[in-house]
Ligand binder design. Structure first.
Ligand code: GDP
Ligand code: MG
Length: 435
């Protein structure tokens, strides 16, 4: 009995509230993570101050250490700041809906005009693309090419005054039954007055329903000035964050948000016309903090799973020793817990890459079967798996060599991702220790 009481007391001791020291320590990590993600310094300073204030004095939850608790609050605040999952185009009751794309040169306006057209066509809209960028050589042709690739009609009047083009295009849309007009405007390498005046004139002429600022997520620090100028001049309605398929951590998202207060509506994730997604604040928060969702995986698992097992896993993650034996054990735990879809997304390297509908339970069982057909050595060091071994594993698990290859490739990607996240605990940024 006294043993039991002892446990209760030691648990209670871990409770309490976060003090300034706890918060300060964890915030150092957070600050670094944000700066590494290219969030601009003033934004980081503001954010950290705000979150610190909220964190000090809040209850430490049973399952978390103080440092984890702070990170948890930070994560939460980031999501809050980045808005809702459901940002979408605002359609007027009377068509056409006019969407004006604006942004610096090379941000991705023309590409995203086409992506948006494709996206809207899937919703049974009839978009008209309008070539208002008359300055860059071949800009009109570029729009025609991408427009054709998504089977959308392009309206152009050559090198005419863009304000006039915009005005005429709306008339044309009305006459020809187009219910969305997307204006692909010109950009400049830097913000200048001529550009802003032109955009303001277009806005005044056509009164767009949406003014979407297209921002290159790789533009780190500069994003603040760009977003501020455009928003001050045009009062934008939302943002499209492009090139998130690159290896940027996407700190621009935070900078843009904090200066404009406007929602990020879409994310561009590649050069193809299909590479457009709704913006997901929670994924972005993970990405900016650079941590997959390891914390929540461990947190969630703690509730359901043998704590010893989980401690072992956390330690292996931290030491970057996570191998296929662990992956197998993890699958077993997941099975115990029920919902695969909610958990698989939290496995590092998989987070953000898996869409709900892609999660195929049968595939997980197949994966498990493949791993069971490996020897312990092979699971520890998949690099020794040569062609002969692959054939044996495939035969043993009733799968094909391609399946084995695919798993090995995925696992390799996962390990790389973990390394990138700096879980190794070496010279790279180190997140607070798991319990
Ligand atoms: P604009 O000057 O703003 O019209 O920019 P463009 O639409 O012409 O895009 C500039 C370059 O960025 C082109 O080479 C595009 O293929 C590329 N690009 C645009 N969006 C994305 C994206 O989301 N991911 C990647 N990887 N490239 C993109
Ligand atoms: Mg363009």
């Amino acid at each position: 009995l006294s043993d039991k009481l002892g446990k209760v007391f030691s648990k209670l001791k871990n409770h309490g509230k976060l003090n300034e020291k706890d918060v300060k320590e964890a915030m150092r990590e957070v600050k670094m993570a944000l700066l590494e993600a290219d969030v601009s310094f003033p934004v980081v300073k503001d954010f950290v101050a705000k979150v610190s204030e909220r964190a000090v004095g809040s209850e430490v939850m049973n399952s978390l250490t103080p440092a984890q608790q702070v990170i948890d609050i930070v994560h939460d605040e980031l999501i809050q700041l980045m808005g809702t999952d459901t940002a979408r185009i605002d359609f007027p009751s009377k068509p056409p809906c006019v969407i004006m794309m604006c942004g610096l040169q090379g941000a991705g306006k023309t590409t995203h005009t086409a992506k948006l057209a494709k996206y809207l066509k899937k919703q049974n809209r009839r978009p008209l693309l309008v070539a208002c960028d008359i300055y860059r050589p071949a800009a009109i042709d570029q729009l025609k090419v991408v427009g054709a690739s998504v089977d959308a009609h392009v309206f152009e009047m050559g090198q005419t005054n863009p304000v006039k083009i915009a005005k005429e295009s709306i008339k044309y849309a009305k006459d020809n039954g187009f219910d969305v007009v997307i204006l692909d405007t010109a950009g400049r390498l830097h913000i200048d007055e001529d550009l802003m005046k032109e955009l303001k004139d277009i806005k005044a002429e056509v009164q767009p329903n949406e003014i979407l600022l297209v921002v290159d997520s790789m533009t780190g620090q500069d994003a603040v000035n760009v977003a501020k100028s455009f928003n001050d001049m045009l009062d934008i309605t939302g943002v499209i964050l492009t090139k998130l398929d690159g290896d940027t951590r996407g700190g621009a998202a935070l900078s843009v948000l904090s200066v404009t207060g406007k929602p990020i509506k879409f994310a561009g994730v590649g050069e193809k016309t299909d590479d457009l997604e709704q913006f997901h604040p929670n994924r972005m928060a993970d990405r900016i903090l650079g941590m997959g969702d390891v914390l929540s995986l461990i947190e969630k698992a703690k509730i359901n799973v043998d704590e010893k097992e989980q401690e072992k896993l956390a330690k292996r993650l931290q030491e970057n020793k996570f191998d296929m034996n662990d992956l197998y054990a993890q699958f077993e735990q997941i099975e115990k817990m029920g919902s695969i879809s909610s958990l698989i997304k939290m496995i590092p390297g998989v987070a953000g890459k898996v869409k709900e509908e892609d999660i195929d339970e049968r595939r997980m069982y197949r994966t498990k079967a493949i791993i069971s057909s490996m020897t312990k050595k092979e699971r520890e060091k998949p690099s020794i798996i040569d062609a002969k071994r692959k054939r044996r594993i495939a035969a043993g698990s009733g799968t094909k060599v391609e399946d084995v290859n695919q798993l090995l490739k995925q696992f390799d990607g996962m390990q790389k991702m973990m390394k990138q996240m700096g879980l190794k605990g070496g010279k790279k940024r180190k997140f607070p220790k798991f319990p």
